[in-house]
Design a protein around this ligand. Sequence first.
Ligand code: SF4
Length: 275
Amino acid sequence: MLPGMAAITPLEIVKRTPKTNCGECGFATCLAFGAAVATQGVDVGRCPYLDRQGLTLDTPAQGAAADRDWALVERLQRKVADLDFAALAPKLGLALLGDQALQGRYLGQEAIIGVKEVRLNGRAPEDPRDCILLYNYLAFGGGAPPSGAWIGMESMPNSISKVKTLASYCEEPLARLFDTHDQPKIERVIALLDGRPTAGEGADLACILPVLPRLPVKLVFWRAEREQGVTVFDARVKILFDDTATDFLDIESLVFCAERLAERIAELLGARGQE
Ligand code: SF4
């Protein structure tokens, strides 16, 4: 933030939301979201309805979080610079591009991961967390192709706290979001993210989404059931991972993958032109 520039307040963020308390950002109310943006540096992109015109995202918390994240990107760049990209490519499902870059799909975008920069659909990512995830994917070194056996995060070791985070920031917001959109529109967005339908044991939607080439996620959605205007069954989303997922990323990064997936779905469902 420039000296003398006033920090943005929670209310200034709230004013830019539709104030519907829809919960798609992972917070129960728009005010809670506004407070989290202003004081904790939470990404404003979590609200797909927020009016970003003229918004300067340089709260102290936002600035500090972004600085920390970009510093981590630089550390990861130094870490991957010594890797043998030609040997890594097949183990990560990526294509070799020159000596020190790999290319492949990431959340429906064309990603180029080089030792000096990342490009998504030809552009530098605005969010450092995308770079962190992609460099971590390289640093892990890859492994065998996905087995096709799906497990919940609760089946992974030392994941108790992460299960709640996954529910709060991915499964619950997605359930509320999907429940307010019709099926064809959701399916169009899933296709934009390279997703494909799969068997869903009685679910209203089940699909496999390749967050990264060797890191597919299975998403299963059940719509809310209502009788005479009363909800008898809340909408629900369950995220499953291939049982090889921890060969490719640590649990924290896997939660972030699911979070980023939820944000991309929210962006695309909220985007004009997707109607
Ligand atoms: S997604 Fe936006 S509109 Fe919905 S609760 Fe969060 S801040 Fe409010």
